[in-house]
Design a protein around this ligand. Structure first.
Ligand SMILES: [Zn+2]
Length: 290
């Protein structure tokens, strides 16, 4: 009896140590701006995705807003260390909370710029009046040019991909592009079916990105990528699509295909939607078309 108690106590202790180590690991890194090229910076740390900003002659353009007002304010402090120019634009790459929920930390007089579908998604998600004050005031469908003095920033949409309102932010002079979540390194591409994302559209979008005159690719959740990183992600995704297509033609079921790719679905967390993995997404896209 005593031994069992001892055992369960030590198991508890190990569990406690593991949990506290995990919580230490999940402590977000401090918010910090890193120069990408010229006047273009990436902001890492805090809660939410990587963001960025460009210091123009008279104004600042920000890309994405982090996940909380508090982190957004820390990002603004980072900008203030480098320039006294005011923030004029916040361009949103897509509507996911880790990219937009920090908008409430920005001054009221900014212009929020987004794809028209992203505005619709945000309109549905933003319930609080404090949030609704930051719904995008400038929207577009395919492309939009913003001029900051002599500098041009191009916003481009190539169709359904990670969501159905993704925007690539291109700085032509510096050959830098911000991709939001159109690129993930070291994990499967993420396609939000609930936001009308599409894996075949993602391939098309990555192809269009590779046709841009850009060399440096900043994205939402990892270190800066090169052209060959983008190519690698696109090729791997296409290869997976082709393999799944062949398996469907052989008459394999979704369950069998999942097994072949060693996909193990985790049950949905209470109150949240079930995560549909990439293999299932591709399967559904291929079988829906028929
Ligand atoms: Zn996202």
């Amino acid at each position: 009896m005593k031994n069992i108690l001892k055992l369960s106590l030590s198991t508890g202790l190990i569990l406690f140590l593991t949990l506290s180590a995990a919580s230490q690991q999940s402590q977000p890194a401090p918010v910090k701006a890193h120069q990408v090229k010229g006047s273009i910076y990436e902001v890492k740390g805090g809660s939410g995705a990587n963001t960025g900003f460009f210091i123009g002659e008279k104004e600042v353009l920000v890309i994405d807003a982090k996940m909380s007002g508090e982190t957004a304010k820390q990002m603004i402090e980072e900008i203030k260390k480098l320039t006294s120019n005011p923030i004029k634009y916040v361009v949103i790459t897509h509507s996911d909370g880790d990219h937009v929920n920090g908008l409430v930390g920005f001054p009221k007089n900014i212009n929020v710029v987004a794809h028209q579908q992203t505005r619709k998604d945000m309109d549905a998600a933003f319930k609080d009046p404090a949030q609704r004050a930051y719904l995008p005031d400038i929207t577009f469908s395919d492309k939009l040019k913003l001029h900051l003095g002599e500098d041009v920033v191009k916003l481009l949409h190539f169709g359904r991909a990670h969501t159905s309102g993704d925007v690539v932010v291109l700085f032509p002079k510096e050959k830098v592009a911000f991709l939001g979540d159109l690129l993930f390194l070291g994990r499967d591409p993420l396609v939000h079916r609930h936001k009308n994302g599409c894996s075949f559209g993602l391939v098309k979008t990555l192809k269009a990105i590779l046709e841009l005159d850009a060399e440096i690719f900043v994205h939402g959740h990892e270190n800066i990528a090169s052209r060959s990183d983008v190519e690698g992600v696109m090729n791997a995704l296409q290869e997976k699509q082709n393999k799944i297509k062949a398996l469907i033609e052989e008459g394999k079921s979704l369950e069998e295909i999942k097994k072949i790719f060693k996909v193990e679905d985790r049950p949905a967390q209470p109150g949240r939607r079930r995560r549909i993995g990439l293999v299932e997404t591709i399967y559904l896209e291929l079988t829906e078309k028929k």
